[in-house]
Ligand binder design. Structure first.
Ligand SMILES: Cc1cc2nc3c(=O)[nH]c(=O)nc-3n(C[C@H](O)[C@H](O)[C@H](O)COP(=O)(O)O)c2cc1C
Ligand code: SF4
Ligand code: SF4
Length: 331
């Protein structure tokens, strides 16, 4: 089983981890990392996708993910929204995968704590605990459905027709088009900012760059609206202009740390890249020197080395007797 997830404040990651507890063989894969591929191919028998709801629909990276997903013909495919949503959201997923001839076998959506602080207060600790108890019960039921590979495709209640067929498309299209009223241009750090740089490290789009010890939201990089920067800032210093966000509290799932969110964009397998332009080899006396870099996730390790050639036992092609890594730093 493979479980793909996108999570800004930890709710969806928590659900992914809880499902893994119920299916220990499941592999958890962050959508942000998977998106680096042109096509996301999987041969897994069961594939799950877990995500939050943004403006009543799929977050942008999740939408992109479904456009790239290619599964086997017999794959059992399920989706979990970590917020109650219309069945229309799942129909949209089927539409995105239509070309590949894939459709969802099971869909689930349930209540999890609020994170949209431009409008709503975060939940109290008591309410968070209450919601968590319900989540655990839901997940036990979901486990049975998935284990039996049952079809589970609930429809919207009849009375919701007007909302789900007319108001829903209008609202989602409007918010998507105006990108949440251009809110990404209104993020700022207030004087409580300590310059710790966590917001830059956690930002799932790479939009935040530290400049002179303060975060700067780069206008040329679109925001995913994950709200990780806002909710994980230890000083609660990130605000949105004219949205009263300093009054609304901050939330992240109690079991999820900032580093867990950051890991969504980390690459766990090092890839070695030594482009010709950067690899340089030169000779000084009897020593050969070389330099290059290794890319490890988002970190660049610069290496420079020296080959000491012994006069007595070495021909020109012989291997060095010493190799020293003289410099390594993280960018
Ligand atoms: C930008 C944004 C928009 C949101 N829009 C909605 C929404 O339309 N409806 C809803 O029920 N919850 C909405 N939420 C709340 C999240 O979907 C919900 O808290 C989710 O569980 C967060 O998951 P995560 O912690 O994995 O990111 C929104 C949250 C954010 C940050
Ligand atoms: S995480 Fe908060 S305190 Fe740290 S640099 Fe960013 S805004 Fe400032
Ligand atoms: S700027 Fe904040 S909300 Fe936007 S992608 Fe980065 S962390 Fe997420």
């Amino acid at each position: 089983m493979e479980i793909y997830y996108f999570s800004g404040t930890g709710n969806s990651l928590h659900v992914a981890r809880e499902l893994k507890k119920r299916f220990p063989e499941a592999k958890l894969i962050p959508i942000i990392r998977a998106l680096k591929k042109k096509t996301i191919r999987t041969e897994a028998e069961t594939v799950g996708i877990i995500f939050p709801i943004h403006a009543l629909t799929l977050p942008w990276p999740v939408e992109e993910f479904f456009g790239k997903l290619r599964t086997g013909p017999a794959t059992y495919l399920f989706a979990v929204a970590t917020r109650v949503c219309f069945a229309k959201v799942f129909l949209k997923i089927n539409r995105l995968m239509k070309k590949q001839g894939i459709t969802l076998d099971a869909t689930f959506s349930f209540e999890m704590p609020e994170t949209y602080i431009p409008v709503f207060q975060v939940y109290s600790n008591e309410k968070i605990r209450e919601v968590e108890r319900e989540v655990q019960k839901k997940l036990d039921v979901i486990k049975k459905t998935i284990a039996a590979k049952e079809k589970h495709l609930p429809k919207d209640p009849g009375g919701w027709f007007l909302f789900s067929h007319i108001l829903y498309p209008l609202i989602t299209q409007y918010f998507r088009k105006i990108r949440f009223s251009g809110m990404e241009k209104s993020f700022y750090a207030d004087p409580a900012c300590t310059g710790c740089g966590i917001c830059e490290e956690i930002c799932l789009s790479g939009k935040i760059k530290m400049k002179n010890g303060k975060p700067h939201w780069q206008s040329n990089i679109p925001c995913t609206y994950c709200f990780a920067c806002i909710h994980f800032c230890p000083a609660r210093a990130i605000q949105i202009k004219n949205r009263n966000t300093c009054q609304r509290g901050r939330y992240h799932h109690p079991s999820i740390k900032a580093t867990d969110i950051m890991e969504q964009k980390e690459c766990t397998t090092p890839s070695i890249k030594l482009p010709v332009g950067f690899l340089s080899v030169w000779q000084a006396d009897n020593d050969f020197c070389l330099s290059g870099y290794i890319e490890y996730g988002h970190k660049i390790v610069i290496l420079s080395g020296k080959l000491f050639i012994s006069n007595t036992s070495c021909s020109k092609n012989s291997i060095a007797s010493f190799f020293t890594v003289s410099l390594a730093f993280y960018y």
